[in-house]
Design a protein around this ligand. Structure first.
Ligand code: NAD
Length: 454
């Protein structure tokens, strides 16, 4: 974000450095107005029968599908991510709304056998929820929060990141077009330390669903304490890609670049520490360098591109501070304009800064390990615990290591972390609460227990 003197929110295409939109940024007043609108809309929205809410969410999903290409191009121009990634993410957004449309009338209370009466539980919405999202997967992460929040009968104020407000604003308009009543979905684009903080502190906001850095997540948790707000925190990561000597090394190496350089490494799930068993280390490193050389960097609007630029010049400076010249591989980048940074591989110890901190750029730290116990020790030696992969042909070992790793999401012989149907979230300082799947509904509803004496 660049706030000029007129305080416009200038939105830039990171691949061309061109301004693609200017928005009037929201401040406290607009945030309060959005919360008031959401509050006013809440009683009627919570009273809509779940099956009718489902119909509206299904209509929103259909509109997203209809506008899929438009949304994907908008996301690519704003974030610099490859168009093939944006298309997949927008398709997922539609699936998220389909999923929660299907879930909404299947998420209900219980009757519990007790003495002298009947005991019932109800699933109640929380009220107005504030949804704060980062710039790396703007529309996807917005949907992960909107889907379950709306399904449970909450009204929302969505705050996109300053750098990437465009698809969130468009999504808000599509929600209205789908027939969601005025005030149910409000989108407020403005600075995090103004709009975001106001949402966190606002007495009429019942919950904050936050995705972003661990540092800001900490301040969200502190700010929410004053009003005992519920919070879900999806924060940073420093995940391990653990490669055993008995793995299919060719396949593991072929897929490793996407796991760390995908989205230009600006991915909370990036497997940015590649742990390799010592006996396969040299062979794997050769394969990894070859696979990285083939990872195509370039125009994000080209169908064949696998990696675009970083989000901003300031972020590129930050990422480059982690590479002090002794990379064993650094790829080529297109010429300026654009905030380009090459795919970079460094050999590291787990104590090095590049292995301890979330770089959030295309930098892979490769670290050798001796045996299974050593792999688990190194993988867990981090304050984070979000994601990770295990590569081995030994099923029992895969399960042993999976149980040993302190992380919320894992894949065996695969790279993927996120599926619409399955819970996603962190251990340790990667946050708490789960998004996606049926688990997300827990975070957007409250259980009420009622005893009726008979
Ligand atoms: P960030 O923490 O800087 O910002 C995230 C959001 O919080 C933005 O909308 C920002 O405007 C807002 N914000 C900033 N200050 C605030 C404040 N004081 N109060 C309330 N809101 C405030 O993160 P970012 O740079 O946009 O995104 C990158 C980070 O997000 C990385 O650390 C990444 O790992 C993390 N992330 C986590 C997940 C996950 O699911 N765990 C997913 C994507 C990104």
């Amino acid at each position: 974000m660049v706030l000029n003197r007129a305080m416009a929110l200038r939105v830039v295409n990171p691949a061309t450095e061109e301004t693609i939109a200017e928005l009037e940024p929201a401040g406290i007043e607009e945030t309060d107005a959005a919360v008031a609108a959401a509050r006013a809309a809440f009683p009627a929205w919570r009273a809509v029968m779940p099956a009718d809410r489902a119909r509206l969410l299904r209509r929103l999903a259909a509109l997203i599908e209809e506008h899929g290409e438009e949304l994907a191009v908008l996301e690519t121009r704003n974030v610099g991510k490859p168009i093939s990634d944006s298309r997949a993410e927008v398709a997922m957004v539609a699936d998220v709304f389909h999923f929660y449309a299907g879930a909404v009338d299947k998420h209900f209370g219980e009757t519990i056998p007790v003495a002298a009466g009947v005991d019932l539980t109800f699933r109640e919405p929380l009220g107005v929820v504030g949804l704060i999202v980062p710039w790396n997967f703007p529309i996807a992460i917005s949907s992960w929060k909107l889907g379950p929040a709306l399904a449970c009968g909450n009204t929302v104020v969505l705050k996109p990141a300053e750098l990437t407000p465009l698809t969130a604003v468009r999504l808000g308009k599509l929600a209205l077009e789908a027939g969601l009543p005025e005030g149910v979905v409000n989108v407020v684009a403005g600075p995090g330390n103004v709009v975001g903080r106001r949402l966190v502190e606002h007495p009429d906001v019942a919950k904050i669903g936050f995705t972003g850095s661990t540092e800001v997540g900490r301040s969200v948790m502190e700010g929410a304490a004053a009003t005992i707000k519920r919070v879900t925190l999806e924060l940073g990561g420093k995940s391990a890609n653990v490669v055993f000597a008995d793995a299919d090394l060719e396949r593991a190496a072929a897929l490793a670049p996407a796991a760390v350089f995908g989205n230009a490494g600006q991915d909370c799930c990036a497997r940015s520490r590649i742990l390799v068993e010592r006996s396969a280390y040299d062979r794997f490193l050769d394969l990894l360098v070859d696979a990285t050389r083939a990872f195509s960097l370039g125009d994000p609007e080209d169908d064949a591109t696998q990696m675009g630029p970083l989000i901003s010049a300031a972020h590129r400076d930050r990422v480059s501070s982690y590479v002090d010249g002794d990379a064993i591989f650094a790829g080529d980048t297109p010429a300026a304009p654009g905030f380009w940074f090459p795919c970079t591989i460094v050999e590291a110890s787990n104590d090095d800064r590049v292995a301890r901190e979330e770089v959030f750029g295309p930098v892979a730290a490769v670290i050798p390990f001796e045996d299974e116990a050593d792999a688990i020790r190194i993988a867990n030696d981090t304050p984070y615990g979000l994601s990770g992969s295990i590569w081995t042909e030994n099923g029992a070992r895969a399960l042993r290591v999976a149980r040993g790793l302190e992380t919320g999401v894992l894949s065996v012989n695969a790279n993927t972390s996120v599926r619409v149907q399955t819970p996603f979230g962190g251990f340790k300082q990667s946050g708490f609460g789960r998004e996606l799947g049926m688990h997300a509904l827990e975070g957007y509803s409250e259980v009420k227990n009622v005893f009726i004496a008979t």
